[in-house]
Design a protein around this ligand. Structure first.
Ligand code: AMP
Length: 491
């Protein structure tokens, strides 16, 4: 199958060619013809599958006829986080390089004024997080009755973050004659209900997990201590000793630890930036940019901030903590080994992590090899041992025997594998000048600035992974109805 068989316009095909794509991914091959035929689409796919282009490319083709009117966008794409919204904007810019379409990004943490000016001029493509979109609408600055195509992306993530009531409101504000493209990685009952309510006879397109992470990511475990200082030391060693290191995203379970680990790495002379939900939008974008451009080579991040991000050419993912939820592990390691490149995922495992590690291995159905001494030689006896850095894909059940044969006998294997030391910064005193600190994370307890206090934007998350900081009251999980403005009767 080639792109030219899908019915895309010549301008879009030229942009695809310029991107270097030779063949559509399965989700693209299956969805694009339906989108072009103006059908509703229910796409079950996650990031890394080429999902973004599966709706951007046909939308660009469809937008070639018609014109934008002031305050009445022609298409709307809803994303759960600011970063994902910005990423979709980049995709439109890339694939729409031969079009003269106007775009606006409505996300929290950015001035209303600039966004409003763009809306006034008229936009073809509006990309938004639900909260900020509703804020503009409630101010009367935005009309949604000209929307021809509505895209709801990462719907299960929207559910996680408490956005479903907002999505329902938005769907009701858009004329039912619209075309709806709906994407979700999973289909819990709440999401199924939403699709039944808002999609019209959709074409269902389903693709499996992106194969790239499974076959191109080498997964390794490194024994660590529960003592924070020793654990940070283990992290520094993991970075310094990493083979073929170019850059790494370091994941922490808690926002508080993102700040601590960031500061510690910075003090030790590493070029590092931090990304978590309590940073304001500018700081988040600056952190991401500094990592993408190579100004820093370490990005310490929380799951919420980094999930779904498409940063090409990340050589390593380092889990400073074993995630509490096994699915988060899959998402984290999927940040490396993208677009056909290889990657390494190193997970520091402290004694208190045993249960979480078991859950990951149950989910992925793959025992992960230790690099160096296993945490507990007794418990680890069953695992493939360290010397071979088996690829994750090769460690699938079927492939296990050949890998076992390749592994050295247990006593040998338990020895730390010889490591090629890399010229990484050595431990630095606290007062040593920082090499290229990117962004100072704000204190974890400090809330992200929001344009209006009414609606916390948008890093709401279910209790599941946000076990980090002490939660006060409802924390970030305030039901949408409590956030609506109320008028008090005069006494
Ligand atoms: P997504 O699932 O939209 O986050 O896309 C994942 C990555 O795949 C992005 O870096 C895209 O640039 C890349 N990509 C999308 N479509 C193709 C394609 N047909 N061939 C190669 N890479 C692609």
């Amino acid at each position: 199958m080639t792109f030219s068989e899908l019915g895309l316009s010549p301008k879009v095909l030229a942009a695809v060619e310029a991107s270097g794509y030779t063949e559509p991914t399965p989700i693209q091959a299956q969805s694009i013809p339906h989108v072009l035929a103006r059908r509703d689409v229910l796409g079950i796919a996650q990031t890394g599958t080429g999902k973004t282009a599966s709706f951007t490319l046909p939308m660009l083709t469809l937008l070639e006829s018609g014109r934008a009117r002031a305050r009445m966008p022609r298409t709307l794409i809803l994303e759960p986080t600011r970063e994902l919204a910005a990423q979709v904007e980049e995709s439109f810019a890339k694939y729409g390089q031969n079009h003269k379409l106007s775009m606006a990004l409505l996300i929290g943490g950015v001035s209303f004024g600039d966004q409003d000016a763009k809306l006034t001029r008229g936009v073809d493509v509006l990309i938004a997080t639900p909260g900020r979109l509703l804020d503009h609408h409630e101010r009367g600055r935005l009309l949604l009755n000209g929307i021809e195509i509505l895209v709801i992306d990462e719907a299960d993530r929207m559910l996680d973050m408490g956005f479903i009531p907002d999505i329902e409101r938005i769907c009701k504000l858009i004329p039912p004659s619209r075309q709806t493209l709906f994407f979700s990685a999973t289909m819990p009952p709440e999401i199924t209900r939403l699709t039944e309510q808002f999609l019209r006879n959709p074409e269902r397109v389903e693709v499996g997990r992106p194969a790239t992470a499974a076959v191109t990511v080498t997964q390794l475990l490194v024994a660590a201590s529960d003592d924070p200082s020793e654990k940070r030391d283990a992290l520094r060693r993991a970075v310094r000793d990493a083979d073929a290191f170019k850059n790494a995203i370091v994941f922490c379970n808690r926002k508080r630890d993102v700040a601590v680990v960031y500061k510690s790495l910075q003090r030790h002379g590493f070029k590092v930036a931090a990304l978590h939900g309590d940073l304001d939008q500018r700081a988040r974008m600056a952190a991401l940019d500094s990592f993408k451009t190579g100004e820093v080579d370490l990005l310490v991040a929380s799951d919420v901030a980094a999930r779904g991000l498409d940063i090409p050419a990340v050589s390593h993912v380092i889990n400073y903590d074993v995630p509490h939820h096994a699915e988060d592990y899959v998402h984290r390691i999927g940040r490396t080994g993208r677009a056909g490149l290889t990657g390494v995922a190193i997970t520091l495992v402290a004694p208190s992590d045993a249960k979480n590690l078991q859950a990951i291995e149950r989910l992925t159905d793959v025992p992960i090899a230790w690099q160096g001494e296993p945490l507990d030689p007794g418990a680890a006896a069953e695992r493939p041992r360290a010397a071979g850095r088996g690829r994750a894909g090769a460690r699938r059940r079927e492939a296990a025997p050949s890998e076992d044969r390749a592994a050295p006998p247990p006593r040998e294997a338990a020895k730390p594998a010889p490591r090629r030391r890399r010229a990484r910064p050595e431990a630095a005193p606290a007062d040593e000048p920082v090499m290229a600190a990117a962004v100072e994370p704000r204190k974890a307890a400090e809330p992200a600035p929001v344009a209006r206090t009414r609606r916390p934007e948008p890093e709401r998350r279910s209790q599941s992974t946000a076990s980090d900081d002490r939660v006060v009251g409802l924390g970030d999980h305030v039901p949408a109805f409590l956030l609506r403005p109320t008028r008090l009767a005069r006494a």
